[in-house]
Design a protein around this ligand. Structure first.
Ligand code: HAM
Length: 411
């Protein structure tokens, strides 16, 4: 027997019903971004590996173990993009976008790739909706971005939403804080999970992410970065919070919030839904990255953004009732197939969703099919070139003047 192929582990096919739900989400997002003045920017599905290594950070799980990296025929190391921000900053630099009026506001939608352990809401190819504002350090930007994602998730009807908010300060204040946290962890090394202990030097902040009970107890008492902000960072953060308060956006201040990417400075945030499993409850997250553009070779430029996982948003939402697939079904005995075909083309040309039998069904079978497609009306052609129209809900049937079919069926 020949091999049966399946979609690779951690990937999935998007079947028509699911594609429709995605499209609906996409349209809500597109409308929201259009109103807020964001332009669309799409980058390639793969980039120079070093862009992500430098941008996202060598010490992160993403770069460390989750990237799909390959060498091409020209011996270049390339990586399927695990996220959008580094690539969008690369495009900002490459196209000299710092010469445009600042800030530059863009959004994008597409597939991303991470070699993670698959589970509900965690895939190896997933889709993100991403927003970035590059070229302004104003707290207004942070607040606007957070409110856009809040609007989007509320507008879609995501249940049990929770927004966690924190500030990570600047690299200088964070370096001092990291030393303090390292000392705190080393003094309690015996109580820490092995994987946390191993990373005290490299990335002590990740200890806040640990699921290990004893580690969590230690972290419950640990010093927090948000309590160690210097004056300008503290003021910036206070301004972001005040803008959210004024706008009535609810959030939880959470000093234990750490993001899985190294480029963040100042504001960071995540939206979760109670409707999702704890291991994959984050619908979207982001924050400010004032050092990223410079770190990948551009002029010193502040930035802020977020990404939301499309699969997680759809998981958190109840599947809606399926929409009817047709307005009109044109039924005809097989000898009249060509007339049915021509009428369907005419109706579609006039903007109606029209269908006909494509499977050699009897007239009775065709009416059943019309029902399955949810058609509101069926046109029944007879052998004499006449036609009747049936209201599929009431069953009422009357003669149809084919010369005025579009007009009659558009009502
Ligand atoms: P992130 O937190 O790594 O941030 O990903 C954002 C969202 O993408 C997550 O909250 C989640 O919904 C979704 N996601 C991530 N990995 C997976 C996966 N394996 N399967 C399904 N969904 C997933 C970023 O990517 C940053 N670039 C966000 C950002 C933009 N920060 C500033 N600008």
């Amino acid at each position: 027997m020949s091999k049966r192929f399946q979609a690779p582990r951690g990937t999935f096919d998007i079947l028509p019903a699911e594609a429709e739900r995605r499209e609906a989400t996409y349209l809500v997002a597109a409308e929201l971004f259009a109103r807020a003045g964001y332009g669309r920017l799409e980058t390639p599905a793969f980039e120079d590996t070093e862009l992500f290594a430098r941008g996202v950070g060598e010490g992160t799980d993403i770069v460390h173990k989750e990237m799909f990296t390959f060498t091409d025929q020209g011996d270049r190391s390339l990586t399927l993009r695990p996220e959008a921000t580094a690539a969008i900053c690369r495009a900002y630099i490459e196209h000299g976008m710092h010469r445009l009026p600042q800030p530059v506001k863009v959004w994008s939608w597409g597939p991303y790739f991470r070699h993670e352990r698959p589970q509900a809401g965690r895939y190896r190819q997933f889709h993100q909706l991403d927003a970035e504002v590059i070229g302004s350090d104003s707290p207004l930007v942070d607040a606007e971005l957070i409110m856009l994602l809040d609007d989007l998730l509320r507008g879609l009807g995501v249940p049990g939403l929770r927004l966690r908010l924190s500030s990570l300060g600047t690299p200088a204040s964070r370096a001092a804080y990291r030393e303090e946290l390292r000392a705190y962890l080393r003094a309690r090394e015996g109580k820490l999970a092995p994987e946390v202990r191993e990373r005290i030097s490299e990335n002590p902040l990740r200890a806040f992410d640990s699921k290990d009970q004893a580690t969590r107890e230690v972290m419950g008492e640990a010093p927090l970065m948000v309590e160690r902000l210097d004056q300008p960072d503290a003021e910036h953060f206070a301004e972001v919070r005040s803008l959210l308060d004024q706008a009535g956006v609810p959030y939880v201040l959470d000093g234990t919030l750490v993001r899985g990417l190294d480029y963040y400075t100042r504001t960071v945030f995540e939206f979760e839904s109670e409707a999702l499993d704890a291991q994959a409850a984050t619908l979207g997250g982001g924050g400010r990255y004032d050092g990223l553009v410079e770190a990948i070779g551009g002029p010193a430029t502040p930035g802020c953004g977020w990404a939301a996982g499309i699969e997680r948003i759809l998981l958190a939402l109840d599947a809606p009732e399926p929409e009817p697939l047709a307005d009109v079904f044109v039924a005809a005995p097989s000898e009249q197939g060509a007339r049915a075909f021509a009428l369907v083309q005419e109706l579609r040309g006039a903007g109606l969703r029209a269908e006909l039998d494509l499977a050699g069904r009897s007239l009775k079978g065709q009416m059943k099919q019309a029902d399955r497609l949810g058609a509101r009306r069926a046109v029944i052609l007879d052998d004499e070139g006449k036609a009747e129209v049936r209201d599929m809900t009431s069953g009422e049937q009357e003669e149809l003047d084919l010369a005025r079919a579009v007009e009659a069926l558009s009502r």
